[in-house]
Write a protein that binds this ligand. Structure first.
Ligand code: SF4
Length: 345
């Protein structure tokens, strides 16, 4: 890192999860409105960086040079010294951990804004508090950091928006061997936090078969990480014309593909929030999680949840063993919502 201009900069330390990073975008918009002249740098792990590069408010994405979960105190101190040269007036620390709050403190950044998190007294000097009994939805949770801690929660917040550079979508479709003139339907059947958040693979396959029977031109594509390959292979086995790209795209490519999608059907996962911020028609399927906590914001979005009495249990595996919240949410229910989306786009 080299010395920069004398204009003070803003540092935002991004959340470590893709969906949370997307939902922090309205905060960045508010910060840009407050100080249009101030460049915003975002510190983020490599797996979140493509999402931040699609935010127009971001000047520079700085890679986090630390191993996930490790304290690495000496490395943090060295990195903080490099950050100091960039001339930050303030830092917004979005992860709630102590180790991320250390960085702006070590870098001598005068205003360090964040939630109390792991009792970060002194490290955070503009400290906000959240009520664990009444947790706020993610967008207002982050956006509140743009105002003083004593202020009322901001009203009328902008929704998260991602934008891609011209030509990026066409290039990616070509790279992936997809037709630009045929509809693309994206399924995101993975979920980072365990099986309970996954809509059954048989339901995804049934839905794909219904879609393809109704319009054979639709290109049904499965997106996810390498960890989702087995789940995606199960769907492709039951619906052979479905194409699994899980683990075979970069996140940049996945973002571009989603931007082209006629519709996206997703579990409660990071790709859902990317689709929402790209304003694609979205169907979000919720089982053990709360559909109101981080809902999709697209102009056309449906949140489907059976809202069983046992939900939201927020467990990784169904503690009751039957997984009814997902099993009983049949593909016919999703098809009812998806059909008009595909007809429009
Ligand atoms: S307990 Fe209820 S909400 Fe939780 S996973 Fe099982 S069926 Fe779903």
């Amino acid at each position: 890192m080299t010395g920069l201009s004398t204009i003070p900069r803003t540092l935002v330390i991004a959340p470590n999860w893709i969906g949370d990073a997307v939902m922090a975008q309205p905060l960045l918009r508010l910060l840009k409105q407050q100080h249009p002249e101030r460049p915003i740098d975002v510190l983020a792990p490599a797996w979140v960086a493509p999402v931040l590069r699609a935010m127009q408010e971001v000047d520079t994405v700085l890679g986090t040079p630390f191993r996930h979960g490790a304290l690495q105190l000496r490395e943090r101190w060295r990195f903080a010294r490099e950050l100091k040269q960039r001339g930050y007036a303030e830092a917004y620390v979005l992860p709630n951990t102590l180790k991320f709050a250390l960085i702006p403190w070590l870098a001598g950044i005068p205003r360090r804004i964040g939630y109390k998190g792991e009792s970060r007294y002194g490290l955070i000097n503009v400290m906000h508090r959240d009520d664990p009994m009444h947790p706020r939805a993610m967008v207002p949770f982050y956006a509140a950091l743009a105002a003083p801690p004593s202020a009322q929660p901001p009203a009328g917040l902008p929704r998260p928006v991602l934008k891609l550079a011209d030509g990026q979508i066409a290039a990616v479709l070509k790279e992936l061997g997809l037709h630009q003139d045929k509809p693309v339907l994206v399924f995101s059947p993975g979920a980072e936090f365990g099986n309970a958040k996954r809509w059954p693979t048989s339901h995804f396959a049934e839905l794909a078969n219904t879609v393809l029977a109704s319009n054979p031109e639709v290109q049904v594509v499965l997106l996810g990480s390498g960890k989702d390959q087995a789940v995606c292979a199960e769907i492709s086995a039951l619906s052979p014309r479905v194409r699994s790209l899980a683990g075979r795209t970069s996140l940049d490519q996945a973002v571009a593909l989603i931007a082209q999608a006629s519709a996206v059907v997703s579990n409660d996962s990071g790709l859902l929030h990317i689709a929402s911020a790209l304003n694609r028609p979205v169907i979000a399927i919720y089982g053990p999680t709360d559909p109101d906590h981080a809902p999709p914001f697209s102009d056309i979005a449906r949140s489907l949840s059976l809202r069983l009495p046992c939900a939201p249990c927020r467990q990784r595996e169904c503690p009751l063993g039957h997984h009814d919240c997902m099993q009983k949410l049949g593909s016919d229910i999703v098809w009812q919502e998806l059909q008009p989306m595909l007809a429009i786009h």
